[in-house]
Design a protein around this ligand. Structure first.
Ligand SMILES: Nc1nc2c(ncn2[C@@H]2O[C@H](COP(=O)(O)OP(=O)(O)OP(=O)(O)O)[C@@H](O)[C@H]2O)c(=O)[nH]1
Ligand SMILES: [Mg+2]
Length: 503
């Protein structure tokens, strides 16, 4: 498969200033020679050009010029794919790039599959699997924080840790196997103790990596946050404030938003997908009914919710039933319209819907919300603390409460802080960014951890060393999968098919 030469358009389809067509493989220079006519005294045929030089000329197809281009000659092995590579920069727009590509295909290249350039970089040993995945993360990253994490992984920070782990496990395995080969020499208590210690260290390290999975997932995919509440509470106004532009229609007529609206915003470096929904109430007509149904659906699918309350409207018992529906979801209570005279106080909220005050501060009130709002026996007397310490004191069932005004934007910064705090379990430490694992790594690590644990159990129970070695080998292979030391065609297909063509 690496014998042939692949070509693809590397830039997005559509109109633009420039487009790049990429060619990689043993015949790259020969194919470029057929298609490219150098123009000017310094331009050369690709096959005689030195590496890392650029040449001006024309792409010629059936004797006719297709486009004026700049052609870069990149000779193996100092290229992304480790193969001879030619990059042709032509005019932007669909047609020039497509005609250049067609010319290359007619001259002997094969159209590349999605991610095939990166796959070759992996197969030729230029990058390992975590780095290949980082290339995709880099392309898809939606915030600078996500980009920073992808860059760290591309630089090989995760690979390094995984390789260290694997090396250590291999050494342990070699040790165990040596004792199998020489059964007369019994494993000494000292040696056994050392092996156990090493394996325990391995398990602890895997646990540390596994703890980054959640954050890794959030950075890569973003987190879904539904904005819910009664009609006219200011949900759409809140969406617009969080996005920083007028995305959703806002009007004083209750029931303005009927369909759900999804938009991604960068909240303190985290990609957050906000979903504005139709106001929750007994629907007046069929369309609104469908809107309310979708609201409930979004609510169910969201990882957490912003429940918007209107401070200028009395709390109603109708609203209470929604509190019950939201219970069990991570949530923030957003008290909106604080610029208007307030119709209810924190105490009233406590009485009406069963939230209890754990802390009050004038500008940023935080309350503790019971998971089951209708269980009065679970309520405890109000405690007063400063808002900062209360945030840490809020238990899992609790919900931070943030006052905002969506007309002026007041309280938005506090709300963004609260969102970050709720989404991100730990601190975003710089060294964490280096090793944000994805779900594939997580799966492999879980298998490796289980097998290592079984190895420990077998050794501790004094069972046969063959058994221990068998388990440990499973663990080593699972760890090897992460960087691609042990891999299958299917695994590679599933990873690289997620890439775009030309990458
Ligand atoms: N005074 C004041 N008015 C606000 C505030 N936020 C929103 N409004 C007004 O409240 C009305 C309803 O706002 P929307 O954002 O459309 O409310 P919604 O929750 O999306 O309403 P539906 O889509 O109908 O469910 C509009 O007239 C807004 O201008 C606020 O903080 N203060
Ligand atoms: Mg709305």
């Amino acid at each position: 498969m690496l014998d042939d030469t692949i070509a693809a358009i590397a830039t997005p389809l559509g109109e633009g200033g420039l487009a790049v067509v990429r060619l990689s493989g043993p015949q790259a220079l020969a194919i470029a020679d057929i298609s490219f006519l150098p123009v000017g005294k310094n331009s050369l045929k690709p096959s005689v050009a030195t590496t890392h030089t650029i040449h001006f000329g024309k792409i010629v197809r059936h004797g006719r010029s297709v486009d004026e281009v700049l052609l870069a000659v990149l000779r193996a092995p100092r290229t992304f794919t480790v193969e001879d590579t030619v990059e042709i920069t032509c005019h932007g727009g669909l047609l020039p790039a497509k005609l250049v590509l067609d010319t290359l295909l007619e001259s002997g290249a094969r159209l590349a599959e999605p991610g095939e350039f990166t796959r070759r970089a992996f197969l030729n040993g230029r990058i390992d699997l975590t780095q290949a995945e980082a290339v995709a993360d880099l392309i898809h990253s939606r915030t600078e924080l996500a980009l920073a994490a992808a860059n760290e992984q591309l630089a090989g920070k995760l690979s390094q840790r995984i390789n260290e782990l694997r090396d250590e496990m291999m050494q342990t395995l070699a040790h165990v196997e040596a004792h199998i080969d020489f059964p007369d020499e019994d494993i000494s208590p000292d040696t056994k103790e050392r092996l156990l210690k090493r394996l325990e260290r391995g398990v602890a390290f895997m646990d540390e990596l596994l703890r980054t999975a959640n954050e890794g997932q959030i950075l890569r995919r973003g987190i879904r946050v539904a904005i819910v509440g009664r009609p006219n509470a200011g949900k759409s106004s809140l969406l617009n404030q969080l996005l920083g532009h007028d995305r959703a229609i806002v009007s004083p007529i209750p029931g303005t938003t009927r369909d759900t609206i999804e938009e991604t915003a960068n909240i303190r470096g985290l990609p957050v997908v906000f979903i504005d929904t139709a106001g929750l109430r007994e629907a007046r007509d069929e369309i609104e009914q469908e809107g309310v149904r979708r609201s409930h659906e979004s609510l169910a699918r969201a990882e957490f919710i912003l429940h918007v309350l209107d401070a200028s409207e009395p709390l109603t018992s109708a609203g209470e039933k929604y509190f019950a529906e939201f219970a069990g979801k991570k949530r923030i209570l957003v008290v909106n319209k604080v610029d208007l005279p307030r119709k209810w106080s924190a105490e009233e909220l406590v009485r009406q819907v069963g939230v209890q005050a754990s802390a009050c501060s004038p500008d940023n009130l935080k309350l503790e919300l019971q998971r089951d709002v209708r269980a009065p026996e679970r309520r405890s007397p109000a405690r007063h603390e400063t808002s900062k310490s209360s945030q840490q004191a809020v238990p899992e069932a609790g919900a931070p409460i943030v006052d905002v005004c969506c007309l002026s934007g007041q309280g938005m910064e506090a709300l963004k802080d609260a969102i970050k705090e709720l989404v991100w379990s730990g601190e975003i430490r710089a060294e964490m960014l280096q090793v944000m694992i994805n779900s594939r790594h997580q799966d492999a690590l879980n298998r490796a951890r289980a097998a290592t644990q079984r190895t420990l159990d077998v050794l501790r129970a004094g069972e046969t060393l063959e058994l221990a070695a068998g388990e440990l080998r499973i663990a080593v292979n699972a760890v090897g999968e992460i960087v691609g030391k042990t891999t299958t065609e299917d695994l590679l297909d599933s990873i690289f098919s997620q890439f775009c063509i030309g990458k």
